[in-house]
Ligand binder design. Sequence first.
Ligand code: A2P
Length: 318
Amino acid sequence: MSSFVTLSTGQRMPLVGLGTWKSAPGQVKQAVLAALDSGYRHIDCAAAYSNEQEVGEALALRLGKALRREEVFVTSKLWNTKHHPEDVEEACRTSLSDLGLSYLDLYLMHWPMAFQRGKELMPRREDGSVCYSDTHYRNTWKAMESLVDKGLVKAIGLSNFNARQIDDIISVARHKPVVNQVECHPYLSQQDLLAHCRSVGVAVTAYSPLGSGDRPWASPDEPSLLEDPRLGAIAHKYQKTPAQVILRWHVQRAVVCIPKSVTPSRIQQNLQVFDFSLSDNDMILIESFNRNERFIVPAVERDGKKVWRDAEHPYFPF
Ligand code: A2P
């Protein structure tokens, strides 16, 4: 099978890329080097990960040397504090400068909600609540379209958008979104969103494709996807690791995935998913593990009911 998807712009986006969220400064440079040296041609970044400078140091050691710039697909993301149309180009230029690049292959709006403008990544009130701003994502999108016109980015896309919000963007877009990047793994299979994205020509990238066991708020009583014995049994059958089975499941459904690792042996292992295929029955079996379990936006208890944190915000996606 092919190791990339073709986007609506005609760009070829590798199905497996290196994720850099949670990769600590001091570790991410080596991770990117290990990835590029073991054959990765896709690195997923974001300003909000606060490590783009170090990713850039690694890219500088390989691009224009062992690798041509055009050989590597680089994504970055516009953070929520930069949604105001006047802030968009500067934010993009900061990511370009940190990454040491003259263009991005893909620039995503990280979330539909805008935060208060400024330098603070998570502007909060004294009571801990987030300070939002009322910039509508449609206006942010218009500013992102100018980045394509100016040649700063080859394509633009979305992240954490629901079906209605994607349609809303498409209805005003001059440059269509090529990708929606969302949390997706066997416990959150995103079947409906995937079908919707397919029907409107938007590719899907899975973040937390392995269930993000290293998310800072993980609690011991939450299920660990990588340790699910049902995946262990499938992995045993194919003589692969549970991580490889999950990643193969993603790519076999044509979902781009960006496993994060800072461990060279795992980084290598995570790309070794094109030398076997899961049977139709095993694909269906893994799909049946879905429990709509969202790890990334933890739920809070309110009045005895489980609600999503921030769910009262009008642009909240879930
Ligand atoms: P580490 O970075 O220490 O190697 P996700 O991509 O879903 O966010 O998951 C990232 C987590 O999964 C990290 O804790 C990472 O650990 C771990 N991980 C990545 N690849 C593998 C693998 N092949 N086997 C086991 N754990 C992995």
